[in-house]
Design a protein around this ligand. Structure first.
Ligand SMILES: Nc1nc2c(ncn2[C@@H]2O[C@H](COP(=O)(O)OP(=O)(O)OP(=O)(O)O)[C@@H](O)[C@H]2O)c(=O)[nH]1
Ligand SMILES: [Mg+2]
Length: 440
């Protein structure tokens, strides 16, 4: 059962792609068509055809109406396609019915994104996360298939056919794998926490790039750090987080993180599995939201990014760090528009912004200045327990920080919640090493 997904698709496949839409509001834009084509190509497939199709009434067996499925079958044959991609969500039953009707493999948007992640994962952590996402996806399908079969057999009471026990066994096997993978991932998470603590101790501010896939995060990362990270015009070029040193004009050394991009309808299982990677960004002192201002779908993309971030914030319990925006790719705009974009960015007050081009280096100096200013202005709340003999640290915090809460514990220790500027926090860390980590 699971092997179906663990196996790579043999390349090159020729894919016929249908983007189902339901109401005028979700009619695919040219940008969405490009995004879908990019996803299919990122899988190493050739494009037979890409076509939006309106679903006026959902057909429970195929999602799409009989007429559309017939036309699809004809087009798939005419274009010599070997794979059908439905850029939407299929139930397991719909997927199986379509595969039977069309006589080829059918994958939906989640399946497509999981396949791409599978190709991109390079580090141990990346591979573990993708594997977990696949198995969670597979298991959710298994359960639904199973209940479906059960319903079909409904009323037969005690009947427990060989099919059902096989599915139960499959489910148990997947559960075992899930437990093993989560355990391995916990190990990775612990290693990361140790590395992070090391950076904290030295007081190095951490800055994370976040944004929609293909917005230019890696290009900006390379530009800012002089690194040579893989940046390419394709979705999910980056999967595993990379950290490099960055020199700020007056604060000196900082650490910059480049990480996986977001996409609309990011599969839930991927968010769950990539929690550790994504949370790395939430631990930063500052987020730089990289937006491709040359894209027509820019506003929706920014919304999608914020939706994922808010969800992560809720699930992890970690508050979102302060955020600024880098409005990227201004070189790809007509001159007048680029200038307008720059003035607009300067006026931005809610989330401070700078217009840049990661490609040409335009605006990079201004971005560095804004990063620095935001780090200095940023406040962070820390929570720690100080033993009675750590009176000097306590006095330091009272003098230089904003003590929000202080409680004396039975053993004479004090429990403190303190707000500090990022700069002060760095000073505290270097002056009193180990105090924050001990209670973190
Ligand atoms: N014209 C222009 N193109 C840019 C700019 N920045 C990045 N690009 C291009 O946009 C494409 C995607 O860039 P990446 O840096 O890989 O984007 P990313 O956000 O890291 O993408 P993922 O890792 O896939 O999420 C590449 O073809 C870049 O050359 C820019 O300022 N101007
Ligand atoms: Mg990248």
């Amino acid at each position: 059962m699971t092997d179906k997904f663990v196996d790579r698709l043999p390349a090159p496949e020729i894919a016929g792609v249908v983007i189902p839409w339901f109401t005028p509001a979700d009619r695919p834009t040219p940008d969405r068509l490009r995004e879908t084509s990019g996803l299919v190509e990122a899988l190493g497939c050739q494009l037979g055809f890409v076509r939006p199709d309106q679903v006026r009434k959902v057909n429970p067996s195929y999602l799409l109406s009989g007429g559309i499925v017939d036309r699809m079958a004809a087009d798939l044959e005419a274009e010599h396609c070997t794979l059908e991609v439905i850029d939407g969500a299929l139930t397991p039953v719909q997927q199986r019915n379509l595969e039977k009707r069309l006589g080829m493999k059918v994958i939906d948007r989640t399946g497509l994104i999981l396949e791409i992640f599978g190709l991109r994962a390079r580090t141990k952590e990346g591979r573990l996360q993708v594997e977990l996402a696949r198995i969670l996806y597979e298991r959710s399908r298994l359960v639904r298939t199973w209940t479906h079969l059960e319903r079909q057999r409904g009323g037969s009471g005690f009947l427990s056919g060989p099919g059902e026990s096989q599915l139960e066994a499959d489910r148990r096997m997947l559960d075992d794998k899930i437990i093993r993978l989560r355990r391995d991932l916990d190990e990775v998470k612990r290693t990361r926490a140790v590395q992070r603590a090391g950076r904290r101790r030295t007081g190095t501010p951490m800055i994370a790039l976040v944004g929609y896939t293909n917005s230019g995060k890696s290009t900006l990362f390379n530009r800012l750090t002089g690194a040579d990270v893989f940046a390419k015009d394709m979705p999910f070029a980056t999967l595993d987080p990379t950290i490099r040193k960055l020199q700020l004009p007056s604060l000196g050394e900082a650490a910059l993180i480049d990480t996986v991009g977001f996409i609309s309808d990011l599969p839930t299982h991927l968010i769950d599995s990539f929690q550790a990677t994504l949370e790395e960004s939430l631990q930063a002192d500052l987020l730089v939201h990289v937006r491709d201002r040359s894209s027509e779908a820019e506003a929706e993309q920014a919304d999608d990014v914020m939706t994922v971030l808010t969800r992560l914030e809720k699930e992890s319990g970690l508050p979102l760090p302060p955020m600024i925006e880098a409005w990227n790719k201004i070189d790809a705009m007509p001159e007048g528009q680029a200038e307008a974009m720059m003035s607009l960015a300067a006026l931005e007050t809610d989330t401070p912004a700078v217009a840049v081009s990661a490609l040409t280096g335009d605006g990079i100096e201004a971005l560095l200045v804004l990063i620095e200013r935001s780090l200095l202005g940023g406040q962070q709340e820390i929570e720690l327990v100080l033993a009675p003999e750590q009176g000097r640290a306590r006095a330091w915090l009272h003098q230089k920080g904003d003590v929000v809460e202080e409680r004396a514990k039975d053993d004479g220790a004090s429990h403190l919640v303190v707000r500090l500027s990022v700069e002060r926090l760095g000073q505290f860390r270097s002056e009193f090493p180990g105090l924050l980590n001990a209670t973190a």
